[in-house]
Design a protein around this ligand. Structure first.
Ligand code: ADP
Ligand code: MG
Length: 704
């Protein structure tokens, strides 16, 4: 970005927070490197590296009093040891205590010495999570130590903070370094960046005390409260973190809004032509949102707008209309989607709608081969009207002649940084492009206010008429034959079916294999019907051919991996079976299910699951059966999983809060907004330093 926000005032020499971690005593290069992997470079980074949770090793729990799910410390005597080789080597150690109960300790990684040390009669102190095992309660890989003879059990006198860490850096070592950094904390007044008046007004207590408390909770600290993040010290820190996040987004927005964008107001001729050719009429919500977008586009300030609308609410046509306004004004449009398949769908739709109007649509995806890529790049640089692709659009070497509008679909998969990168493609002298962000994951209000504080929000809060809600049932995999029989009946009635294979956390190759197996199974069972297969390992052309065949009704069943999760649109498909649905999150299930119920046909969704169901999985499937309202599902998702996952930004780290939790701390947001507005207006230097403090490297990137 060209605009520079003022850098922080040169820090006073005496600010110990900005010293590099290497300045702390006894910290060598290897440790510095390990800390750097955690993004911990300066002393203050260590102050703000907050515990994820706490372990209570201040007491010993009797085995009889253990609760499943709890992390507890147990002292006992080894009663039996067994080495097994079920799937992989394992060591099972049964211990008993005075409560006359037995606890099984299970180890999968162990060496010979370890195995030989754990003999019957050995006394042990162990700590771990209590689970239900096949033989009663168990702990998998507990931390443990052997106790000598009849020595009394020595317990800790403080709760142990557990920090996020990295390979090669143990908790003890990290806690030690943090302790050294905390010894350098300045006075409360020096540390405070929120002005005293605002602190007083909002009842914010001392940051210094809060930091010391969360790093070293005193022996009488209420563990339950701390674990839940409800302690006032944690709330104080959460407030500051949310405030910082809010400030950073607002500041980014302000910086962008200072720039100029081309005013894209035209006669609307292309718009009228497209609308005249559509087989449907826009819903009132689509018309309203489209008007909001066009009004923004006509300004010389860059638009920063998020259009949210449930799956199937018709966001694509709204995006196409925005594209037309841009093209009519003589500027280029870039449309970026998170997956190749979704980008291809857009390409298909846009070509279908725009080519009759004489507008060329260019394709630029990662898999494009040498020559085709070169041509696409040349045409893009020469001014191709609409360019559609994946993140390949953001790569080096992609230049636009006159980019006027950037459309990003399914935003929750991209981070702010990626959004910025594409925007910067548009540097055309002084002008930056407008930005339109589409998301199908309805974002709960609290989250939207915070995570998208840099965007204006429009909602398409209405589905096109004639949609019938999808009937959803959950069925155990044991009843798979019945489900296949049901598909048989559906196919005989001329209905089209998706069969979705899900394997998360596995490779694309394994996913493809699973789909191939299901394809073989269904082909054998559904003799006489055409069964297609689509997965991420296929070439784009092959995928498109399969999709086209399914769309044309030539295939009765489409066996697919989750590549079809977003955007795929075949209105005639009316039955979906999702295998292993218990493994998927709510947002993903909702997206997948959104592939049916897109036409007027009554649709069904079968959630096949592998019992036994865990508590969370049971709740998720229950929610899916009860509602198809994307907003309710998103709220529930937020509650069950937390915001990082909901926004899909956990990996990009963008919303990986250290201590704040948007669900738990939503009540802080109104005050965050008030304090934020005052700080932006009156205290730019403190704002800058807060961002440095909490976001550090990421903020530097955004300012770069
Ligand atoms: P999403 O918001 O999930 O991206 P799409 O833009 O893919 O939804 O639209 C879903 C389907 O609804 C498409 O087949 C599209 O052509 C159709 N559609 C969009 N708007 C309307 C409308 N106003 N009336 C009827 N069908 C519509
Ligand atoms: Mg879509």
């Amino acid at each position: 970005m060209v605009v520079r926000t003022p850098r922080s005032a040169p820090a006073v020499d005496t600010d110990p927070g900005i010293a590099p971690v290497s300045a702390l005593p006894g910290i060598g290069p290897a440790l510095v490197a390990a800390l750097a992997r955690l993004g911990l470079e300066r002393v203050q980074d260590l102050w703000f590296h907050l515990p994820l949770r706490y372990e209570d090793k201040t007491r010993v729990t009797a085995i009889a009093d253990l609760c499943v799910g709890e992390r507890a410390q147990v002292a006992g005597v080894v009663e039996a040891v067994e080495r097994g080789f079920r799937y992989r080597p394992q060591l099972k150690v049964a211990i008993g205590d005075a409560s006359q109960q037995t606890l099984l300790l299970r180890f999968f990684h162990f060496n010979r010495a370890q195995a030989e040390q754990l003999l019957p009669g050995t006394r042990m102190l162990c700590f771990g999570e209590v689970r239900h095992g096949t033989q009663g309660l168990e702990m998998v890989h507990p931390q443990y130590q052997r106790l000598s003879g009849d020595a009394a059990v020595a317990v800790d006198d403080l709760l142990s903070p557990i920090y996020p860490t990295t390979e090669g850096l143990g908790q003890k070592r990290l806690a030690g370094v943090i302790g050294k950094a905390l010894a350098l904390l300045p006075t409360a007044e020096q540390l405070e960046l929120i002005p005293p008046g605002l602190c007083a007004e909002h009842g914010l207590t001392s940051l210094r005390d809060a930091l010391l408390y969360v790093h070293r909770p005193p022996p009488d600290a209420h563990l339950g409260q701390l674990m839940l993040g409800h302690h006032p010290a944690q709330q104080r820190l959460a407030f500051e973190e949310l405030l910082t996040q809010h400030l950073s987004l607002k500041r980014m927005r302000a910086a962008v809004r200072l720039r100029h964008a081309p005013a894209l107001g035209g006669s609307g001729g292309l718009r009228r032509q497209l609308l005249a050719g559509l087989s449907f009429k826009l819903t009132a919500a689509q018309q309203r949102v489209s008007a909001e977008v066009e009004q923004d586009l006509a300004q010389t300030k860059p638009m920063l707008r998020l259009v949210q609308g449930d799956v199937g609410s018709g966001k694509t046509v709204v995006a196409a209309l925005a594209a037309l306004a841009t093209v009519e004004a003589g500027y280029q449009v870039a449309l970026m989607a998170p997956t190749e398949l979704l980008a291809e769908q857009h390409l298909h739709n846009f070509r279908h709608w725009l080519q009759p109007l004489g507008i060329e649509v260019e394709w630029l995806a990662g898999k494009l081969s040498g020559k085709a890529r070169k041509l696409a790049l040349e045409r893009t640089a020469a001014g191709a009207a609409v360019v559609i692709g994946t993140h390949a659009l953001m790569q080096e070497g992609v230049t636009f002649a006159q980019l006027g509008l950037v459309i990003v679909d399914e935003q929750h998969r991209f981070g702010v940084q990626q959004r910025l990168a594409l925007r910067d493609k548009g540097r055309d002298g002084e002008l930056v492009p407008h930005q339109l962000v589409l998301t199908a994951t309805p974002i709960p209000r609290t989250l939207a206010m915070s995570a998208y504080a840099d965007l204006d929000v429009s909602s398409i809060d209405e589905l096109p008429p004639g949609r019938t809600p999808v009937q959803t049932i959950a069925i155990s995999n044991a009843r798979r034959p019945e489900v296949i029989e049901r598909i048989h009946v559906a196919c005989s009635e001329g209905r089209q079916v998706y069969w979705v294979c899900t394997l998360i956390e596995e490779s694309e190759q394994l996913r493809a294999q699973a789909a191939e197996v299901a394809h073989a199974e269904l082909s054998a069972a559904l003799n006489g019907f055409q069964i297609g297969l689509i997965h991420g390992r296929m070439k784009p052309k092959e995928k498109q051919a399969v999709m086209d065949a399914f769309k044309a009704g030539e295939l009765s069943v489409l066996v697919a991996t989750t590549v079809i999760e977003v955007g795929v649109d075949v209105p005639r498909a009316s039955l979906m079976v999702i295998e292993n649905s218990e493994r998927l999150g709510l947002a993903q299930l909702h997206q997948l299910r959104g592939r049916v119920g897109r036409g007027a046909l009554a649709s069904n969704c079968v959630l096949l699951y592998q019992p036994p169901l865990g508590q969370l999985a049971r709740e998720r499937l229950q929610v899916m059966r009860e509602t198809s309202d994307g907003f309710r599902i998103a709220e529930k998702d937020l509650e069950l999983r937390g915001p990082g996952e909901v926004l899909g930004t956990r990996q990009t780290g963008q919303l990986a809060f250290r201590i704040a939790d948007l669900t738990r701390d939503a009540h802080l947001l109104p005050a965050v907004q008030q304090v934020g507005a005052r700080m932006l207006a009156k205290h730019p230097q403190q704002t800058e330093r807060l961002i440095e403090r909490w976001i550090g490297g990421a903020a530097r990137y955004v300012n770069a």
